[in-house]
Design a protein around this ligand. Structure first.
Ligand SMILES: NC(=O)c1ccc[n+]([C@@H]2O[C@H](COP(=O)([O-])OP(=O)(O)OC[C@H]3O[C@@H](n4cnc5c(N)ncnc54)[C@H](OP(=O)(O)O)[C@@H]3O)[C@@H](O)[C@H]2O)c1
Length: 301
């Protein structure tokens, strides 16, 4: 297939690209800078210059492709306070792709997240559907995922990959890298409260394979969980980081969370285990890469 990939130069995109090329697909990647364009060219990708706001460019690229994988997200503005602005840009891009692909039965796969789907149990692929009635980071993202799934009724083979917040591996600059950086700066590896709360995790290369399988096989309207491990206790994460950096492991009181964890404070205490059973059954996807704790011990810090 000729596949248009947004975010092809990013952390996950740069693993999705070789996964697609190795499987015999042709990749066209969106690049907003000379650096991204050069990296994509070097990786064997045809470059489409533009940003996620260039809706004509997105429409044309999608129309000229056999499928689209949408990974770009304005993390720069999202993490500096304008998450809604990032989500709005994402929604406009998804609407544009939907219009371009309507009636074609071509695949359209997006990345989404796992926050806020279920309480007191592991979320499944069946959770988190239905009208979005409140605001906030998780709900803004969920609204865009639901919009994507609704495109199935317009003749798009759409699917969403809900990624664990900890997509880990060499070169990570996300949640885990931030936690390690915090620990080094503070001279102590912290966990919130008793640290028993769990986060799901997935290795970047397993996630990349899931995106390819979704593109190739997922039925229209599929919800997939990019989850390799259902839930890793945050205290265990802090312990591995402490061991690797040779620093003490300490509980952080809720009133000190903002100071210690900075932008992670709102997330680090969440208990958000997530199942991958339906995804594995649907696509025959089996995570094969090292788990989070093994990866942390080997590559972080
Ligand atoms: N990493 C995780 O742990 C994780 C967890 C859950 C969900 N996700 C989601 O998975 C997707 C990919 O994440 P990632 O970790 O690969 O993110 P990333 O490393 O920050 O990459 C983001 C990509 O989006 C591109 N981009 C950003 N703003 C753009 C704009 N205005 N126009 C065009 N392209 C733009 C970036 O281009 P440049 O190369 O030019 O910067 C880059 O290619 C995102 O939707 C993310 O929210 C990630």
């Amino acid at each position: 297939m000729r596949v248009f990939v947004t975010g092809a130069s990013g952390w996950i995109g740069s693993a999705v690209v070789p996964e697609l090329l190795d499987a015999g697909h042709q990749v066209v990647g969106l690049a907003r800078s000379d650096a991204a364009a050069a990296a994509l060219t070097a990786a064997g990708v045809e470059v489409q210059r533009g940003t996620i706001d260039d809706l004509d460019s997105l429409r044309n690229a999608a129309a000229a492709s056999d499928g689209v994988i949408h990974l770009a997200f304005k993390h720069d503005i999202a993490f500096s306070g304008d998450f809604q602005g990032a989500a709005d840009a994402d929604r406009r891009a998804i609407e544009t792709f939907g219009d371009a692909l309507a009636g074609s039965d071509r695949p359209f796969v997006i990345a989404s997240g796992l926050f806020g789907l279920a309480q007191d149990r592991a979320s499944t692929e069946q959770d988190g559907h239905g009208p979005v009635t409140s605001t906030g980071v998780a709900e803004a993202r969920r609204a865009n995922a639901e919009l994507t799934l609704s495109l199935a009724s317009r003749g798009v083979r759409s699917s969403i990959v809900r990624l664990a917040p900890t997509v880990h591996g060499e070169g990570d600059h996300g949640f885990m890298a931030t936690l390690v950086g915090n620990a080094r700066e503070k001279g102590a590896s912290g966990y919130l409260g008793d640290g028993a709360n769990r986060w799901p995790a997935v290795h970047r290369l397993d996630a990349a394979r899931l995106f390819r399988l979704a593109l190739e096989q997922a039925p229209a309207g599929s919800t997939l969980h990019g989850v390799g491990e259902e839930g890793v206790p945050i205290r265990a994460v802090a312990e591995v980081i402490g061991q690797r950096l040779g620093i003490p492991v300490v509980p952080v009181a809720p009133e000190q969370a903002g100071e210690y964890f900075t932008w992670l404070a709102g997330f680090i205490g969440l208990d958000i285990p997530a199942s991958n059973a339906l995804t594995r059954e649907l696509l025959g996807w089996e995570p094969k890469q090292p788990g989070l704790l093994e990866d942390l011990a080997a590559h972080y810090g």
